[in-house]
Design a binder for this molecule. Structure first.
Ligand code: NAD
Ligand code: ZN
Length: 359
């Protein structure tokens, strides 16, 4: 009998401009007692901004500022969990992540590790978490990754970059307030938004496609085109990109990503290139795999006058290039989704080398 995956979805979600101001009321019912704080992990880009005064702090609630300069690491999760356990007598009532994919993923991982033994790296993989995580809330401030809706938290560990994929990873509550994305710099808006666009291309052209993924992927794709090729008012564009991210995330939940993500993981592992820009750097050279997607991507780049950096891989040693290729080819389900069961006949080390050398 074919076994279908049984996935959790985010059980509660608020959407709307200014909805951030409902956070206090939402958290009130989740507070265990006055010694069990709410811990807010906030992207440090907001330090000193009016948003901080709007965080509904009571009792011994605490704000921890997080730099999104680097992508989350398992050791960083372990250190933050240690600090929270040390600083408070009681387990927190909840963890609230306010930021982009980096902060959202950290919030998910910390809520898991506050109730699970050992190190975050022990749980990188599929369904290794056995204990329910602490109540956790995701509040995106930039749109595209779909991290707000996915059941994974992507972490760089001692020997691999891999998600903690589990039913306990998914947020208990998400608050989507498009106003929070107002200050995102244009290049970053493009790179993170293209993460969503690329999720759609990879899901919709993949061999794992099914009606569930297609229904979300098509909607997300339509929204991305409106945002990046249309002429929307800024507030409408923020609303639509936030919903595109959500639908794009839902689309890959029941399928898989593909070539751009597999190759971007290699770039990230060896050079620390961040997810959004890494996907763009790779995707521009993938006409062979995604002809229509790459054409649309280039139109979007042109419309917004985006210039991607060049020469990223030119100085790489043969050893580094080999590591990059091995990390990428290690992402089997992504390749299989993109190219089918016989993917190894097409995705050869030589093929990847020729693509990487263009970046
Ligand atoms: P990010 O969180 O790294 O943030 C990018 C930059 O934008 C940072 O400098 C940040 O400070 C800034 N920023 C965020 N919001 C802002 C705002 N409102 N105003 C001004 N600046 C703002 O970027 P991202 O692309 O959202 O996330 C990338 C991370 O997400 C990676 O670690 C990747 O692995 C992860 N990811 C996770 C999933 C998942 O399903 N869990 C999916 C895709 C990507
Ligand atoms: Zn992605």
């Amino acid at each position: 009998m074919k076994k279908y995956r049984n996935f959790p979805m985010v059980p509660k979600v608020v959407f709307g401009q200014g909805s951030f101001d409902q956070l206090g009321e939402i958290l009130l019912t989740k507070r265990k007692h006055s010694d069990a704080p709410m811990i807010f992990l906030v992207d440090d880009v907001f330090e000193g901004t009016p948003l901080i005064d709007r965080i509904p702090l009571i009792f011994n609630d605490h704000v921890i500022f997080i730099s999104a300069e680097e992508e989350p690491k398992t050791v960083q999760v372990d250190a933050l969990v240690h600090k929270i356990k040390n600083d408070f007598n009681d387990l927190p009532s909840g963890i609230i992540g306010i930021g982009g994919g980096t902060v959202l993923d950290l919030a998910k991982a910390i809520s898991i590790m506050l109730t699970s033994k050992g190190h975050a790296s022990d749980y990188q993989g599929w369904d290794l978490v056995q204990t329910p995580s602490l109540y956790h809330v995701g509040i995106p401030t930039i749109s595209g990754t779909g991290a707000e809706v996915s059941r994974t938290t992507v972490l760089l560990g001692p020997d691999k970059k891999l998600g903690i994929n589990s039913d306990y990873t998914t947020f208990d509550q998400v608050l989507l307030d498009p106003d929070l994305t107002r200050g995102v710099p244009k290049n970053q808006w493009f790179y993170t938004g293209m993460d969503c666009f690329i999720h759609c291309v990879e899901s919709l052209t993949g061999t794992y496609l099914n009606a569930f993924s297609q229904s979300y992927g098509e909607k997300a794709m339509e929204l991305c085109k409106e945002v990046y090729l249309g002429d929307l008012m800024p507030c409408e564009a923020r609303d639509k990109l936030m919903m595109a991210s959500w639908h794009g995330g839902m689309s890959i939940a029941y399928s898989q990503v593909g070539v751009a993500h597999a190759m971007s993981y290699g770039l990230s592992y060896v050079l620390g290139v961040k997810h959004g820009i890494g996907n763009c750097l790779v995707f521009q050279h993938l006409e062979e795999f995604y002809p229509k997607g790459v054409e649309t991507f280039k139109q979007m780049m042109h419309k917004h006058d985006i210039k991607l950096p060049m020469g990223i891989c030119t100085e790489l040693s043969e050893t580094d290039l080999d590591t990059m290729i091995n990390v990428s080819l290690g992402m089997k389900p992504l390749w299989e989704n993109a190219l089918g069961k016989e993917w190894r006949n097409v995705a050869t080390p030589e093929k990847l080398k020729s693509i990487y050398s263009k970046i």
